[in-house]
Design a protein. Structure first.
Length: 396
């Protein structure tokens, strides 16, 4: 017993540290890169999580974790073997490999980390509430003081291949449908990722996970305002799906009508061309579907950022969709292999009458990933994935 308690505390601390690093690593990197223009420093954003996963492997005695990790290894070998045989191995495809592997590593980490004490999980969720609250507050302060006039983000975005405006920030910082209002980005430096990060505590808070009473209502209000200020359409739709469509406590009519009304209203106010870009990317991925894909790193937004040959990218025009990008790169066989890592963990959101919040967060984010490529990137998914994995394992 004396050995188990410290390990529980250690694992809990590791999860908390990953949450802290997830929300503060982007701005930390921006500070460093404003002085030192080194692209390789971006590995710092991921390294804490990968070291945590390795640490978990070393400490855990779970055969299921070892099997899960071995299957991920087989998946990587399959992708690289396929690329070597039918296409060409290039150094820049490592970015796309990371894009494919990160989500399944993250959810596996949360699912297999041995935090059996429910009080520890409650502690982690409450910690997430506090961090999310302060990230929103910091984001509002940054907007009020014009933070980006003092901290240069030019190197941060240029090294990622993202164009900047004369002010030196990404064009994603502004929302066209709201008269180019500056969006809330806080320490994340990406309104889309921030939206999905806020969506997680908002959904948890709505379903009264580890919180009740007046404090719950106050936090719900803050999270809701924070989410709206990001203007992250995908994250807002994720919340609508999670709160209504997958809410088994509501009638089937309400579950269908409210999301439908939201989508209709959304289509009435947004630039339809912006929506079509995502839908066309998904449509093209389905139209040009084949067994083994068009090559790792050859389609999707990452191809445009890193590939040295864009002929395949322009030929198939698969972009702005994470799921479409996965299908386009590794084909039907690869996609089934990839999706198999998620299916056992989202099943409870669909079958039965009980509401499983962890599964709801994952499946709603996966749905948005069909029409958004940023939805399952490392920054957007690390907090939702870890927390959901924890909750799914505990049947919450």
């Amino acid at each position: 017993m004396s050995l188990k308690i410290p390990i529980q505390n250690l694992f809990s601390w590791i999860v908390k540290f990953n949450i802290i690093w997830a929300v503060f690593s982007p701005i930390t990197l921006a500070l460093i890169l404003s002085k030192y223009e080194l692209r390789g420093l971006f590995i710092l954003k991921d390294i804490v999580f990968y070291l945590s996963f390795l640490f978990l492997l070393l400490l855990s005695k779970s055969k299921r974790l070892y099997i899960y990790t071995f299957l991920i290894f087989l998946f990587i070998v399959y992708i690289l073997f396929l690329t070597a045989i039918f296409f060409e191995l290039k150094t820049w495809i490592i970015y796309n490999l990371r894009q494919l592997i990160s989500p399944i590593l993250i959810i596996g980490f949360g699912f297999y980390i041995k935090i059996k004490d429910e009080d520890k999980i409650v502690e982690i969720i409450r910690f997430l509430y506090k961090i999310s609250f302060w990230v929103i507050v910091i984001g509002v302060i940054f907007r009020l003081i014009g933070m980006w006039d003092y901290l240069s983000l030019v190197n941060y975005f240029n090294l990622k291949g993202i164009p900047v405006d004369p002010r030196g920030v990404s064009y994603m910082f502004y929302e066209p449908i709201a008269f180019h209002t500056e969006r809330l980005v806080s320490t994340i430096l990406d309104p889309i990722s921030l939206g999905h990060i806020i969506a997680t505590p908002l959904i948890l808070c709505y379903y009264s996970v580890a919180i009740t009473g007046k404090k719950r209502k106050k936090l719900l209000f803050v999270f809701f305002i924070g989410l709206i200020l990001t203007f992250s359409k995908g994250a807002i739709l994720q919340v609508i799906l999670a709160l209504f469509f997958f809410n088994k406590n509501l009638s089937k009519l309400v579950r269908f009508v409210i999301p439908t009304l939201f989508i209709v209203m959304f289509l009435m106010i947004v630039n339809i061309e912006g929506v079509l870009i995502h839908l066309i990317g998904l449509k093209n991925a389905i139209i040009y579907l084949n067994l083994f894909g068009h090559g790792l790193g050859m389609v999707g937004n990452y191809a445009k950022m890193f590939a040295d040959n864009l002929s395949i990218y322009y030929q198939f025009k698969i972009s702005d969709t994470f799921i479409g990008s996965v299908i386009g790169q590794i084909g039907l066989v690869g996609f089934i292999f990839w999706a198999s890592f998620f299916l056992p963990k989202i099943r409870s959101a669909i079958v039965g009458k009980k509401v499983f919040v962890g599964s709801i967060i994952i499946i709603s984010q996966l749905i948005i990933a069909t029409i958004s490529e940023n939805t399952l990137n490392f920054t957007s998914f690390i907090i939702p994935g870890m927390i959901s994995g924890l909750l799914i394992k505990k049947g919450i």
